[in-house]
Design a protein around this ligand. Structure first.
Ligand SMILES: NC(=O)c1ccc[n+]([C@@H]2O[C@H](COP(=O)([O-])OP(=O)(O)OC[C@H]3O[C@@H](n4cnc5c(N)ncnc54)[C@H](O)[C@@H]3O)[C@@H](O)[C@H]2O)c1
Length: 338
């Protein structure tokens, strides 16, 4: 079988990691093209990957008939229109989360996909491909904690004094749509896709005053109430002192399970005059490195063998819909009905 010829679009913080996976670690895929408007980024790609076609312009990559699939790792504000353009050009699409910051755009993607049903589109909710989250999902499905009724989940980044994400904020959709969207997707998945009913949220700026200009916050909490009484309590932060700390607890009628309660970088523990301690995962990438690889492998297997990834565009739309409701609940200072 011929390999799936992939064109990666966006070679920033995360795009380079996807490019390395696709170039060397995903059986059945060949990284055949890269696109970035930034010359240094194209040079980085050219220096590492042999026989790579390079494009400064996305439309030029789409016109390359040898490319089967695009891999979008671009600013979130571009996702929807880039997915639609790829479908019109006859390409399969992997796109980083979230699908869009706007529900009408999500619907436009779903409509475009319906017109090209032979093409596949996957939005990268990477945690579904993490071994521990997968194990938790399987355990819950087997009933090990009885009926799950509550998820407590957090996505907390290490404080970045350089303020990368302050510059990133105008295109990221803000804390809830950029970070909590992962926990929203996890909560729906782990609770069996219940229908959300109402959302409350609040937030604060603990450190990064620069966020005020675009209405963003660096710490926020929210509660999602679902139709059948299930609950999700979510926390997101950009200001952790110790590292990247993503953890999730699922509470059921016969027990509870948790993933990542100690966000340890490895199995080393140091005992000294300060007590017992371990180092923490520095960024999301070290925490989810394996999951990014499994995610890429799963999408390529779905293209080559038709194996479903379990992630649908409707899931991605629902995550955006709930994320928007959390942002509105914070902005309005009252509950938002869904
Ligand atoms: N799954 C996760 O845990 C996770 C983590 C980080 C980022 N992300 C997502 O990945 C996406 C990218 O984030 P990032 O941190 O890598 O951002 P980034 O700013 O570092 O990179 C963005 C890239 O897009 C390129 N780009 C900008 N405009 C373009 C255009 N018109 N055509 C082609 N390329 C263009 C830039 O040159 C850059 O290479 C975002 O949607 C973000 O939400 C997901």
């Amino acid at each position: 079988m011929n390999p799936v010829r992939v064109g990666i679009v966006g070679l920033g913080r995360l795009g380079r990691r996807h490019a390395e996976n696709l170039a060397w670690h995903v059986p059945g895929a060949k990284l055949a093209a890269a696109c970035s408007p930034v010359r240094e980024e194209r040079e980085w790609a050219a220096s590492g990957v042999p026989e790579l076609a390079l494009y400064a312009d996305y439309d030029e990559l789409l016109a390359d008939a040898s490319i089967d699939a695009v891999w979008l790792v671009t600013p979130t504000s571009l996702h929807a229109r880039q997915i639609i353009a790829a479908l019109r050009a006859g390409k399969h699409v992997f796109c980083e989360k979230p699908l869009s910051l706007d529900l009408a755009e999500c619907d436009a993607v779903i409509e475009a996909h319906a017109r090209h049903p032979h093409l596949q589109v996957m939005i990268g909710f990477v945690r579904r491909f993490d071994a521990s989250y997968r194990d938790a999902f399987d355990g819950i499905a087997k009933g090990v904690i009885g009926r799950p009724f509550m998820v407590r989940s957090q996505t907390c980044d290490k404080n970045d004094p350089d303020g990368f994400f302050v510059r990133f904020a105008p295109t990221s959709g803000g804390l809830f749509l950029d970070c909590s969207v992962h926990d929203i997707d996890l909560a729906r998945w782990l609770l069996g896709n219940p229908r959300p009913k109402r959302v409350v949220a609040s937030g604060t700026i603990a450190i990064h005053e620069g966020l005020r200009e675009c209405g963003d916050i660096d710490n926020g909490v929210g509660t999602i109430e679902f139709d059948d009484g299930r609950l999700a309590v979510l926390y997101a932060s950009r200001t952790m002192a110790h590292g990247h700390d993503t953890q999730t607890e699922v509470i059921g009628t016969a027990g509870a399970l948790s993933v990542g309660r100690n966000p340890r970088a490895n199995r080393v523990e140091i005992a000294d005059a300060q007590g017992m301690r371990n180092t923490c995962t520095p960024t999301f990438f070290e925490r989810f490195e394996d999951a990014f690889l499994r995610e890429a492998q799963a999408f390529v297997v779905s293209l080559t063998h038709g194996t479903p990834t379990g992630l649908t565009l409707d899931d991605a739309r629902e995550a955006t819909r709930i994320g928007i409701a959390m942002r509105e609940a914070y902005e309005r200072g009252r509950a938002v009905e869904l």
